[in-house]
Design a protein around this ligand. Sequence first.
Ligand code: SAH
Ligand code: SF4
Length: 372
Amino acid sequence: MNVNLATNLLECDAQGLTDWCAERGEKAYRARQLLRWIHRAGVADFTQMTDLAKSLRERLLSEAVVALPAVLQDHVSADGTRKWLLDVGAGNAVEAVFIPEAERGTLCISTQAGCAVNCRFCSTGKQGFSRNLSLGEIIGQLWWARHALARADGERVISNVVLMGMGEPLLNYDATLAALRLMLDDNAYGLSRRRVTLSTSGVVPMMDRLGEDCAVALAVSLHAPNDALRDELVPLNRKYPLAELLAACRRYLDHAPRDFITFEYVLLAGVNDSVAQARELVALVGDLPCKFNLIPFNPFPGSGLARPGRDAMRAFGEVLLAAGLVTTIRKTRGDDIDAACGQLAGEIQDRTRLAERAAATLRAIPIAQVPA
Ligand code: SAH
Ligand code: SF4
């Protein structure tokens, strides 16, 4: 087999598979069968696709592959958090993180190697931008995680997917959209739109397109209550300032599967964590239906930033709560996840601290329950 000529079917969406089959005179239902085998059943070996005609299987063996990104590391933390480091070529690696909870299991995936937005507090941004991930590299993270977490009783372990890993998903729109559609496709991963969340730093025109094309749940990284500060923290704000961003959030609600937008707000000591700034934030969002997810900053070397003390974070959250905004904040520091990061060795060590970041974003509890 000449692999160079073979089509990687992981790079095909439903239409792509239909086209591949049509070009070979195969009926459209064969494409649906392929979709089910590759994504729903998680089978990459054509010889196991028993209900395909033998002639088609032979053709697949010589003309196609299901090539997944290689797993460089697979790490399980004591608390059940699991992290995969996936090779995406040319010295680039991206992470996917699975976070099990009592009621749900959430997979956090990446959409770019590096990120061009360069937020002040983000280690991915500090790495610079390498490249967009392809459809196969994005959906491959879910494929691997499902495969690795498969249970004997067949029960689904991954109930939710969040695009909160490395990269800005709306700056890799086409591949991200194709991956989202596969996630929602009943012949592939069959997730509900409410259980797939895309997080963006605020690429306004693409938020509108997403609303039209594939309105999954939306999280918006706010991080500041005014343009002067947000210009510094999230440089994209200079292009799409807060008034435009909030207007785009309102428009998105017409399509959204949930009747609120989630705002993420990384708390940085002495930068954006004062009670006065919390009040400014309340005024900023006004009557926009939203929830706040306060994320204690995860420090990294050379950031020059610090996580606020618990009292400051609490006081900040209480201002939002008092204004009637549903607000969550991470409980405590991620105990053994630090160790997990430290255990990764070599050139491709975990500079992103993604597991910790993902845990901070996801393992949130109502601020009222934060121990004093
Ligand atoms: N690019 C998208 C999605 C990936 S970042 C976005 O910015 O929304 C996912 C979340 O992690 C964002 O809310 C981001 O602000 C947050 N984050 C980035 N660096 C962090 C850090 N050092 N500590 C805590 N949260 C961080
Ligand atoms: Fe990119 Fe998001 Fe990091 Fe900002 S926070 S640099 S948008 S990954």
